[in-house]
Structures are given as C-alpha cells and as structure tokens.
Design a protein around this ligand. Sequence first.
Ligand code: ADP
Ligand code: MG
Ligand code: MG
Length: 308
Amino acid sequence: SVSAQWIKHSFQVMGTQAHVEFWFDEATSPENSAERLVKIIEVEMNRIDRAMSPYKPDSELSKVNRLASTQPVKITRELMALLQVSHNIAQLTEGAFDITYASIGYQYDYRKKQKPNQTAINDALDAINYQGIKLNTADSSVYFLHPQIKIDLGGIAKGYAVKQCIELLSKQGIKHALVSAGGDTGLLGDRRGRPWYVGIKHPRAEDKAAVHLPLTDEAISTSGDYERYFMEDGVRYHHIINPKTGDSARKVVSVSIIGQDSTYVDALSTAVFVKGLQQGLALINRLPEYEAIIIDNKQTLHASNGLQ
Ligand code: ADP
Ligand code: MG
Ligand code: MG
C-alpha cells in the first residue's frame, strides 16, 4: 500500500548536494508525516551551515575567526564539542587533519583559479598548528595563540551534520535511512533486508563508480582531489591541503573511510588523504573501528586489512 514507502529528497546545503532517503511507514509513525521528517533534516543541515560556514559573516565560526586572536570568544557547546573532536583527530593524525590549515586554505579560490604564492604560504605556515587553539571548557571559550590563526570546519562539518540527521531520524522511529552531504554518507539500519550499496566515485571518470560497497548501520566519507580544483601547468590545485606545506596533497587521488561515527569518518578521510597510501593505511590499520579504501595516483585500489 502507499502508506509504507521509500521517501527520497535532495537539496542544496553547505555548498553541496544533500540527500535523504528513508523508509516511512504510516502504521508505525502515526504522529509523523514523511514531509515533516524531510523538513526536520533540511532545517538541521541549514542550522549547522549557518553556525559553521566560513562564507557567512554572521556565522559563529566567522565570529571566532574575527575575534579569537585578540580575546577569548564564548562559543556554543556544540561548537566546543566539534573543536574538541577536531583537536583529538589532529593529535591522532599527527596534524594531517588540522582545522588551522585555513590561514592558507582561505587564500585559494578554486573557481577563480587563484592560489597563494610561496611567500604568502611561508608567511601563513607559522599560524598552522592546531595546538595554537586554546579551548577553555570551564567558561566555554576559545582563544587563538597566534594572531594569524584561522579555522575552517569544511573537513568535518558535513560528517557532523550527517550524524545529527541520522540521530534525529532514529529518534523519530525511523529504522532504515541514508543521509548524505556531498561525499559524506550516514546509514541507519539496512535497506530492508539487504545492505545499502554506496558507490565510491571513479576519481577520473564523472558519473562512474570505482566500486560499490554493501554497508549497514555505518558511515562512509570520501575525500577526492576532483571535487574542487583547477589545473595550472599540469599541476592539480585542489581543496585538501597538507598543513605542513600549505600545498594541495598529491600522494593519492581518493580516500574513503568507513566506520560508525560519521564525524570521525569525515575528518579521517581528509587526514588519510594528506598522509597518503602507506602512512594512511598504517594509521587505519591501527584503528580497529575504521576501514579505508584508497585510490592511488595510478588509479589502483588499496584496502585496509579489515576489508581484505
Ligand atoms: P568534502 O569537502 O568534499 O567533504 P573532505 O571531507 O575531504 O571533502 O574535506 C575537504 C575540506 O576540508 C576542504 O574543502 C577544506 O574545507 C578542509 N580541509 C582541507 N585540508 C584540510 C586539512 N589538512 N585539515 C582539515 N581540514 C582540511
Ligand atoms: Mg573529510
Ligand atoms: Mg567531507
């Protein structure tokens, strides 16, 4: 009957395409409507975007970037929690994931094909160090120890938004759902008796999948050098920056991480992209909760031990 069906909806948010898909059964959710659940997801993603976007001058993140190098800035619990997770992941990845990459990151404009010159990079490199972010949980404030520090949550905020949305759907009684924002996907349950199949994009052929993975009740994030980039003199300048050099990371072309927590999975995919094949796989193989699929420069697929 029509009272139980798959609901699908796509919309634009956080500079990318978001997608939600869930099994809606009127009989088990009489107090809800599918439209209302879709609305809840859109509202939540837009709320997170308004708080964490670097492009919105009145976002909480923009306010922190304007003020935190001159005085401690009070922040919401939510931003504090995400800054703490970002700090943990920076430590775990030895600075491959570092939200202070932004003092250089903000000097790239991929649409206008603009990049900082080496002098500008050298100037900003001093400010790239997550340990320069002082979090004070006692009064919920953040303070930057270096005058040039800027932070950006582009490598973690979509995974976080996906996690929030999956939790909201679960609280509303939904048992089977997929929520994605760009390359970050969260899954609730299975696809009613079979797994979800999530495709990893082919890094050099548009609209083609390199592989499809059967997944249930977990999250997967893909970081690729093909999402936002421009070419100059045969070199690809793209949106994943090695915090140690200020240049785009070029050891691999695509990294997917699979695990329970889509916030961590998002940040880890960015970090492993920076670390490259050997160091990246070594890291993931030390972490039993996460698996990785890495596509190298020769477009060869590599998988972490747990996926073999
Ligand atoms: P996507 O934005 O497609 O989800 P990622 O999850 O890999 O891709 O995140 C890339 C984004 O992360 C960049 O657009 C930028 O905002 C941010 N970023 C780039 N380099 C780093 C880094 N070394 N550490 C933390 N964040 C980064
Ligand atoms: Mg990421
Ligand atoms: Mg991401």
